[in-house]
Design a protein around this ligand. Structure first.
Ligand code: FAD
Ligand code: SF4
Ligand code: SF4
Ligand code: SF4
Length: 390
């Protein structure tokens, strides 16, 4: 029976899905992230959970990698995507070929992996949901699709992709995996507390869209709260304590601070991220409304990118891409503030945490208020000059 490594367990849920006795349940641990718990009475000591756990496996080492800047040519899609809309381009190519796509959806504030097979459902997977998505038993569903011969595109954090590959245990020609550049995830329960506070203000709220481009363009400055009738209320990062703590790296899962994928050892066939600083490369692309960084890590990944229509693509030097994306060189630093956030969370309601935030984090709120006053076009000019501004 395995000993749970609470420092490095990513919560990928691979062990729970692999256990032949179904005696592993995911239960809440630190910060209410989910960790496996083994029912010792039913465990038969087969060690399959240990063998399948990606923590115990070597890191992937892609042979030859190539980087690209990519932008969806449909402006509506580009504006709805977090970066350059590369995900929608890739997913559309798979769906058009009668394949299936797995990605992350937010339903009534719950974030989880789902399977889609029609274009109409694609929109629900777009956009970054900044908390750990629940995998549940979806790896089994993926396996069924693969055995049925369907082309499968699976997207997720690198630890989830590593989990899926380990779960499958063999190469499938019809599987293409996309990992996202990932600085960390917040927990569903931490987010739930925030949602309770939010609903005091907006009882009709049904969804949060982080990283909306509508008010502040391609940046991390703002998002929107979506109401039951579809109307949207904007928020700026300094007005939303969950978003602020997330962006500061205060509330991630413990494993995120030593993440073994915060480099070019990518488990996916393709890697997607924000191509921050792309303006400085002076490519023949209009990057004003966002630009994706796409890293091709395998032949399968290269083929899918080539098949993809509606993406304007420019090859770039891999070093130039890495230089501009911190998360490809080192994990998020673990700051002392995380302990304070954890204490607040254990003892306070969402509304109380929010009140504390506005009282104790005045400098962050003030900085946010000043940045809010700078027009987006000026911020882009600052970015072109080399400075990164949320
Ligand atoms: C938690 C998280 C942290 C990130 N950190 C960074 C970073 O540090 N640096 C960086 O360059 N990029 C980061 N990204 C990736 C970036 O924000 C975009 O998701 C990526 O560039 C794809 O954007 P797009 O425009 O191609 O498509 P979009 O339409 O924005 O793509 C959405 C894609 O992200 C997947 N997704 C959404 N939420 C989650 C989730 N919670 N877990 C797993 N997959 C999810 C969807 O399934 C879909 O495949 C992060 C994304 C997430 C979700
Ligand atoms: S050792 Fe085998 S039976 Fe026991 S928890 Fe692990 S996978 Fe399940
Ligand atoms: S398989 Fe995933 S969830 Fe299970 S112990 Fe390993 S890292 Fe944690
Ligand atoms: S930072 Fe690493 S460990 Fe954390 S969710 Fe992302 S890929 Fe997984």
């Amino acid at each position: 029976m395995m000993t749970i490594d609470y420092e490095h367990c990513t919560g990928c849920e691979t062990c729970a899905q692999r256990c032949p006795k179904q005696c592993i349940t995911m239960v809440q641990g630190e910060f209410d992230f989910l960790y496996p718990e083994i029912d010792k009475e039913r465990c038969i000591d087969c060690h399959l959970c240990e063998k399948v756990c990606p923590i115990n496996k070597d890191k992937p080492s892609p042979a030859a990698q190539h980087a690209f800047a990519a932008i969806h040519t449909d402006q509506a899609i580009l504006k709805n995507s977090t970066s350059g809309g590369a995900f929608t381009g890739l997913a559309s190519a798979v769906l058009k070929g009668n394949g299936v796509v797995y990605g992350v959806k937010m339903d009534d504030f719950i974030v989880h992996h789902v399977r889609i097979d029609v274009m109409d459902d694609l929109q629900s997977l777009c956009g970054s949901k900044y908390l750990q998505s629940r995998i549940g038993t979806i790896f089994n569903v993926v396996k069924e699709d693969l055995k049925d011969g369907k082309q499968v595109l699976f997207t997720g954090t690198p630890c989830q992709i590593a989990g899926l590959k380990s779960f499958l245990g063999e190469e499938y020609e019809n599987l293409i995996t996309v990992d996202i550049v990932c600085h960390g995830v917040g927990s569903q329960d931490y987010f739930n507390k925030f949602v309770t506070a939010l609903k005091n203000r907006y009882p009709d709220a049904r969804e949060i869209q982080f990283r909306s481009k509508k008010y502040t363009g391609w940046s991390c400055s703002s998002g929107v709260t979506v109401m039951n009738d579809g109307s949207k209320k904007p928020f700026y990062y300094h007005e939303n304590y969950y978003y602020q703590f997330f962006l500061q790296g205060d509330i991630y899962r413990k494993s995120c601070y030593t993440c073994k994928y915060a480099n070019l050892d990518r488990p996916g066939d393709l890697t997607l991220g924000d191509f921050w600083g792309v303006e400085k490369l002076k490519l023949p692309l209009n990057t004003y409304n966002g630009c994706s960084l796409v890293i091709v890590n395998s032949e399968k990944g290269r083929k899918l990118l080539e098949q993809t229509e509606n993406l304007a693509i420019e090859a770039v030097a891999l070093e130039a891409a890495v230089e501009r994306n911190e998360q490809l060189t080192h994990p998020s630093p673990l700051r002392e503030r995380r302990t304070q956030r954890l204490q607040e969370y254990k003892t306070k309601t969402g509304a109380e945490i929010e009140a504390l935030y506005f009282r104790n984090d005045r400098m962050s709120v003030l900085k946010g208020t000043i940045k809010k006053m700078i027009p987006y076009r000026v911020k882009v000019l600052i970015r072109r000059g080399g400075g990164m501004i949320h």
